[in-house]
Design a protein around this ligand. Structure first.
Ligand SMILES: *Cc1c(COP(=O)(O)O)cnc(C)c1O
Length: 221
C-alpha cells in the first residue's frame, strides 16, 4: 500500500481507513495517536503542520520538556500518556495529559484519584492489561481487571477502555481479540491497541485508538 507520493502520515491514515472499511467500521471511529517519544520538537512540528493533533509520549519528564511550548504555538493539540506511570508523577501527569493509557494497579488508582480531585481535572484513562500474562511487563493481570475497574470507579476516575501491548515476536491478533472480549465483558467500548507493526490488525479487531510511532517518524535512535 506504500505510495511514494504520500507522506508517512497520509500513508498511515490510508492504511487505517482501508482496514476499517474491510471490517465494516467507519475510518473516523479510529483515533490515530502519533507516538513522538524520543523525537525532538523539530521532528514533531511537520506532523502538526500536516494536520495531526493527537500525540503520545511515554515519559512525563520528556513530555514536560517538549510539549508546553508546542501547545502554545498550535491549537487543539491533545497529549496522551502511553508509558508506565510512577505514582509520584501522577499529579504532573494529570496536569499535562489529556488521556492516560497506563492505569494498571491499585496504588496508581489512588494516586490518580487524589491528583484529579486536587486539580479538579478528570482525565480519561485506559486500564492497561498485561494481555500476554508476561512477567515484568506493565499492565494489570487479566483476572484483576474487574477489581481494578471497580476501585477506579470508586475513586471517580473516568475509565473509558482497555489498553494492551501484546508480547513481542508472535502474532498479535489473538491478544487484540482477547482484549476486546475482556472490554466487552466489562462494559467498556474503547480499545487502545495496535502499533506500527500491527495497527491494521488492531483496527480490524476493534481498536478505537492506535498508537503509531516509527511508521510516522522513522526508527527511534
Ligand atoms: C513506543 C510505543 C508505541 C509506538 O511504537 P511503534 O512501534 O514505534 O509504533 C506504542 N505504544 C506504546 C505503549 C509505546 O511505548
Amino acid at each position: 500500500m506504500d505510495q511514494p507520493d504520500l507522506t508517512p502520515l497520509q500513508t498511515v491514515r490510508a492504511r487505517i481507513a482501508h482496514a476499517a472499511t474491510i471490517a465494516h467500521r467507519k475510518p473516523g471511529a479510529v483515533e490515530l495517536i502519533a507516538i513522538s517519544k524520543t523525537h525532538p520538537a523539530e521532528r514533531i512540528v511537520p506532523l502538526i503542520e500536516e494536520g495531526q493533533r493527537v500525540f503520545g509520549e511515554n515519559k512525563v519528564q520528556e513530555a514536560q520538556a517538549k510539549w508546553p511550548e508546542l501547545r502554545e504555538r498550535y491549537e487543539g493539540v491533545q497529549l496522551h500518556l502511553v508509558g508506565q506511570l510512577q505514582s509520584n508523577k501522577a499529579e504532573d501527569a494529570v496536569q499535562l495529559f489529556d488521556c492516560i493509557h497506563s492505569l494498571d494497579r491499585p496504588s496508581l488508582v489512588s494516586a490518580l484519584g487524589k491528583a484529579m480531585d486536587k486539580l479538579g481535572r478528570q482525565v480519561p484513562c485506559f486500564v492497561q492489561v498485561n494481555i500476554g500474562e508476561e512477567e515484568q511487563k506493565g499492565g494489570c493481570a487479566i483476572a484483576e481487571v474487574p477489581a481494578l475497574l471497580a476501585s477506579a470507579r470508586e475513586a471517580q476516575i473516568p475509565v473509558v477502555g482497555l489498553m494492551c501491548v501484546p508480547p513481542l515476536g508472535i502474532e498479535a491478533a489473538p491478544f487484540f481479540a482477547l482484549l476486546a472480549k475482556i472490554a466487552a465483558e466489562n462494559g467498556l467500548d474503547q480499545l487502545s491497541m495496535g502499533m506500527s507493526d500491527d495497527f491494521e490488525t488492531a483496527v480490524m479487531l476493534g481498536a478505537t485508538h492506535v498508537r503509531v510511532g516509527s511508521a510516522l517518524f522513522g526508527a527511534r535512535g
